[in-house]
Design a protein around this ligand. Sequence first.
Ligand code: 3HC
Ligand code: NAI
Length: 695
Amino acid sequence: MSDKIAYSRNGDIAVLTIQNPPVNALSHAVRQGLMDRMDQAEADSGVRAVMIVGEGRAFIAGADITEFGKPQMAPALPDVINRIEASPLIVVASMHGVSLGGGLEVVLGCHYRIAVPSARIGLPEVNLGLIPGAGGTQRLSRVAGVDAALDIMTTGRQISAAEAAKIGVIDVVQDGDPLENGLAYVTDLLAKDAPRRPVSEIAAPEAIDWDAAYDAVLARGRGQISPAQCVRAVQAGVEMPFSEGLAAERQIFTDLLKSDQSKGMIHSFFSERAVGRLPELKGVKPRPLDHIGVIGGGTMGAGIATSALLSGLQVTLIEMTPAACEAAHERIEGNLAGALRRGKITAEQHETILNETLTVTNDYADLSDADLVIEAVFEDMAVKKKVFIKLDRVCKQGAILASNTSYLDVDEIAAVTSRPQDVIGLHFFSPAHVMKLLEVVVAEKTAIDVVATGFELGKRMKKISVRAGVCDGFIGNRILATYRDAADQMVMEGASPYDIDAALEGFGFAMGPFAVADLAGLDIGWAVRKRKRVEAGIEGVSTYADKMCEAGNFGQKTGTGYYDYAAGAKARVPNPEVMSLIVADRTAVGTVQRTFTTEQIIRRYMASMVNEAAKVVGEGIARRPLDVDMTLLFGYGFPRYWGGPLKWADIVGLPDLLEDIATYAKNDSNFWEVAPLLKELVATSKSFDSLNKES
Ligand code: 3HC
Ligand code: NAI
């Protein structure tokens, strides 16, 4: 018999304790164990009730996701749950921690349910591109009603024990030990001769307008298919007998399990957890991290300071003048007010941060005690070098000196200090207190415990930290520069920015590249182009993008860019002046014009992204394909259900992509130079994911 489920007797109650650390996932051994222990309880003379509890930090976190994609081994979860529900004994779940997915489905197969107040429940299958597949759609809608059930399963959100009690999922919420509470509750139920209470015997809920609900959920899903499929599964449960509804749900679940979207989302789930796990950091102790310095209180410095303050760190921010100090303070105050409004901090914490943990000053000497200082001044090598020389002078021995530079060479910055081993890049994304991505840029001489401290800071700030090597733009901005070029080339060849944005938004990006440019501000790229032309001695040239800026179209901040935002960001419409500027440029350059289908736009844009990403991995700038995938997912709005560009490449097939690139290269062999790694993978019939598994 399986040792994943411990069996014990407490008077006339059989206690089944799930012991499958870390989160009691419903692996094959757990499912078999539950079957066996139910048999044992029913055969055990004098047992009148079964109580199920979880050992460790969760009741049950759901099906074992590592088993997905492998041959299913009996007993299947729906059979286990039906068997629990059909028991002649009364069966009670006593919950703590999370009961998610299959975990909540087990709970709903029990006849009574008690939980501690901190317990949380949910059906997060949609986050894996799935729907609940073991009765969740059928039983939750019977217990809580269609609206509440659809809300929980289509959003995948976790709800508190109190909320679960309100909708009838939990019968009793009681503080204390789940085992003790549960036993007392079951004893009470037995004393009252409480009947079995199978959820499957509850009458089906009232029908709703299923098509309208389906369409509404689909529209919210930005191309994700599984949430809307929850509606169809619940509909089946309302329109058909319970067993047929259950079969319909299972069919949708197994179909989705084979879908590209679930493959992408499952890849995202595991990669998100693997990305911060670097073999070389195993056992390396991070340096102390209590007091953070931030240099520059502009957009990024204020955001970084806010993120550090919200993580409980003490922050000293340095600006150039008293007026700049005041402006930086105001920015941070604004960010913190937002955090307070959204309930991320209490009013008391807000006060403490502003009055005690944050200092804004123009005196570098105040950094003498800082453990780590993050520079976020202008993107200018000379300015940054001056700052690092000063930091080297004032910071204590062992303090880490970090740069938030977007593109500049961290080795060159490190070289101006007497301690290059303590210098690292910490590249945050804007707004830094909101965006999840942190690129930890490891320079040539960076000490390993400094890298470990970078990852530790990311963890404290609840970021997804990715290790990157030094190159122009590191992982993310380097790849971005390439796919932006691909988009610009398509514009010159005949696609409009609006066709391109629409195609990529249809693909699942939150925003297309031109809408993103409007959001970031078109003046930034304009300034870079002007500077580069001055450096190259070619002034007087003006592209359509320059002309847009010359006319004051900087994007959202001026109300016009590629789009006109007069009616708000969401109600954007194409700016009528843009196309004529583009057409003039096309004519002047004499590019051969063609048409692009949506599919052609996506293929070419994605091919450029994958090719550059393969170079980034091949050169060791990113250690693994999954590092690129997580960078694009958490920093660049890449759709989670594709798992990242390299997972997408594996899904669509590398040989086809290579062929696409060869076709594009006929017109521009420089830009479309194939990444050696991509060639090698195709030649050896391997996938990018195989490299993740090797590492
Ligand atoms: N299956 C397999 N492994 C799982 C797992 C699961 N359901 N849930 C978590 N794990 C693993 C993680 O991969 C991680 O492994 P690692 O240490 O090797 O990286 C470990 O457990 C701890 O997980 P976290 O680092 O995420 O720990 P947290 O405490 O931050 O979070 C959690 C715990 C809230 C349970 C979170 O892990 C989670 O959300 N898990 C997924 C829950 C889920 O999606 N359940 C539904 C599964 S699908 C299903 O049930 C289908 C059914 O309807 C048929
Ligand atoms: P910003 O112009 O908004 O802020 C820079 C601030 O630094 C200004 O407030 C300025 O007064 C201050 N400053 C300049 N020199 C200083 C000095 N010697 N001592 C103290 N303060 C000084 O610039 P932003 O956008 O915050 O960028 C800062 C850095 O972050 C740049 O390196 C940029 O490339 C990088 N970055 C920017 C992102 C963005 O989206 N804005 C994203 C990621 C990185």
